[in-house]
Write a new protein. Structure first.
Length: 78
């Protein structure tokens, strides 16, 4: 919003001179930040999707099974 307001007034008179406002810089920064935020949000949503959670649970179950396979079985003699 600030960039659009500054775009309406390209220069502002000040005593003895005038100041040029930075609309183009603000717009470019805002667009870059917006793109980065959208990308970050998409990555976060993909990581927390139902499919990703199921894959993580399957991997965890597989790791537990591999760990249990390496533990020696005990025999109780009574």
């Amino acid at each position: 919003m600030l960039a659009y307001v500054r775009g309406k007034y390209g220069t502002v008179p000040i005593p003895g001179s005038e100041a040029t406002l930075n609309q183009a810089d603000l717009l470019a920064d805002a667009r870059t930040e917006k793109t980065d935020l959208i990308t970050s949000l998409r990555e976060m949503l993909d990581a927390t999707s139902r499919g990703a959670q199921l894959e993580a649970q399957a991997k965890e179950a597989e790791d537990v099974q591999n760990t249990l396979k390496s533990v020696p079985m005990t025999i109780y003699v009574g």
